[in-house]
Design a protein around this ligand. Structure first.
Ligand code: SF4
Ligand code: SF4
Length: 93
């Protein structure tokens, strides 16, 4: 099954509170040249915002795969599972 098909099978119960935060915006700005979070996340949760000069986190689309937790070279992403009952769920098809 292709990723797009899998993403179609997902449904969300979105929390108002983000389960993902960036620890230090300055680390993204000044240290992290390639910003891998913006391309390793399959759900495109992380986007570099030129105007605000920081990474913005669109946590609502997170599929809880864990890639960003190991992919940020500065361990600058604080990630916890969404609160009980919130987050992603998978349909049976
Ligand atoms: S990979 Fe980590 S340090 Fe780099 S931009 Fe993303 S959150 Fe910031
Ligand atoms: S856990 Fe996976 S889907 Fe969620 S933000 Fe990290 S890389 Fe993206």
């Amino acid at each position: 099954m292709k990723l797009d098909d899998k993403l179609y099978l997902i449904r969300y119960n979105t929390d108002k509170e983000s389960h993902i935060t960036i620890a230090e915006d300055d680390v993204c700005r000044k240290e992290c040249k390639h910003k891998p979070c913006t391309f390793i996340c399959p759900a495109r949760v992380y986007k570099w915002d030129e105007e605000e000069n920081r990474i913005k986190v669109y946590y609502e689309g997170c599929v809880e795969c864990g890639a960003c937790r190991i992919g940020c070279p500065y361990s600058n992403i604080k990630w916890g599972y969404p609160r009980g009952g919130y987050g992603v769920a998978y349909k049976n098809g």
